[in-house]
Design a protein around this ligand. Structure first.
Ligand code: NDP
Ligand code: TDO
Length: 299
């Protein structure tokens, strides 16, 4: 198996490298835009800079390296930035995915494409794979258009892994996650406002990487919901983090999402039913409690 990963500097990309860099029988090529930010942790992993919105570069690298499988994690994932810079968002999330899909079809490379709960409008959840998408943000619309581009590519063997509110430790710093944000704020005695009118099935980044690997290894095809199993509000999550570390939950202020004025609208109720991934792929995510422990052990 020759597996190429896009967006390897990102959270999921890193976890895929961690999971697969010593997997027997797998030749791995990590790619992301710009320099490799992970050399110090994975010095033996081959790396090529690749901006996936550059069609000529994508075609050249795929023809040269000849992957059998590709996991496409690269995307613009800052929901508010996507709202404020819609053209840039479309280029990196939609145009780039269409470029990859065409290139994979031309070489019969199995493509696993990453997508999101934000393709849904948040009117009900948890959701199955066949629920009707209806995005309410530009990020969500771009991710849905990318899904459609994948599905419409003739001759492509594809899987779409949709996921939800991913938490995990990002090597080399960068964006935090709900577990460390709550832990570190409470430790510092800071009050935090946490929403109690959004519902999610939070996903440990390591579990998502495992789910993607299960898809690629089996060359599975179709849409899979790959997330945690437990359905919580961020407020519930924050209380659990406080209890786990013995911190003062009195610092957690329960608020409605309407208190935040964010450019990108967030769906209220999402979360996934993951029966299909469990039954067809053998996916077994950790509980949120176990996930807190894993994250805390890394930072
Ligand atoms: N994180 C989450 O909560 C969720 C994520 N997802 C989806 O999962 C996938 C992975 O997300 P995650 O790892 O968290 O995201 P990150 O933002 O951590 O990583 C994405 C990576 O993609 C890179 N990238 C962006 N544009 C390009 C490009 N044109 N060419 C090459 N690389 C590019 C970014 O580079 P740089 O670092 O230089 O900006 C970044 O390193 C995404 O498709 C996302 O939409 C879905 C639901 C929830
Ligand atoms: C910053 C902040 C967040 N929250 C809550 C709201 C939200 O549900 C959760 C995470 O907030 P963020 O703004 O970090 O995340 P957000 O941009 O909403 O996260 C999304 O990212 C993209 C990439 C996805 O595809 C989605 O699955 C999704 O989880 O924490 C608070 O309650 N208080 C706060 O001060």
């Amino acid at each position: 198996m020759r597996l190429l990963i896009t967006g390897s500097n990102g959270l999921l990309g890193q976890k895929l490298l961690a999971r697969l860099h010593q997997e027997p029988g797998v030749a791995l090529l990590a790619t992301s835009r710009g320099a490799n930010r992970l050399t110090q942790w994975f010095p033996e992993v081959d790396y090529q800079p690749l901006d996936v919105s550059d069609e000529a570069a994508v075609q050249e690298l795929l023809a040269r390296w000849q992957p059998t499988h590709l996991i496409h994690t690269a995307a613009l994932t800052q929901v508010d930035d996507c709202e404020l810079r819609p053209d840039e968002c479309w280029l990196h999330n939609v145009t780039a995915t269409a470029i990859l899909a065409r290139a994979c079809a031309a070489q019969d490379i199995h493509l696993t494409h990453l997508s999101t709960d934000f393709v849904f409008d948040g009117s009900y959840g948890p959701l199955k794979e066949d629920a009707e998408p209806k995005p309410i943000s530009h990020y969500g619309r771009s991710k849905l258009a990318a899904e459609e581009a994948v599905q419409a590519t003739p001759g492509l063997r594809w899987a779409i892994a949709r996921t939800v509110l991913v938490y995990g430790v990002l090597l080399g710093g960068g964006r935090s996650n709900i577990v460390l944000w709550v832990r570190d704020s409470l430790r510092a005695g800071k009050t935090i406002k946490v929403v109690s009118d959004q519902w999610r099935t939070p996903t440990l980044a390591e579990d998502l990487a495992e789910g993607c690997w299960l898809i690629a290894r089996q060359s599975a095809q179709g849409i899979y919901h790959v997330s945690g199993r437990e359905f919580f509000t961020p407020y519930d999550m924050a209380l659990r983090v406080a209890a786990h570390f013995g911190l003062d939950a009195g610092l957690i202020e329960k608020v409605d999402a309407s208190t935040f004025t964010q450019p990108g609208k967030r769906p209220a109720r999402t979360g996934f039913i993951i029966d299909k991934a469990e039954q067809e792929l053998g996916f077994r995510p950790h509980s949120f409690e176990e996930g807190i422990d894993i994250v805390a052990g890394q930072a």
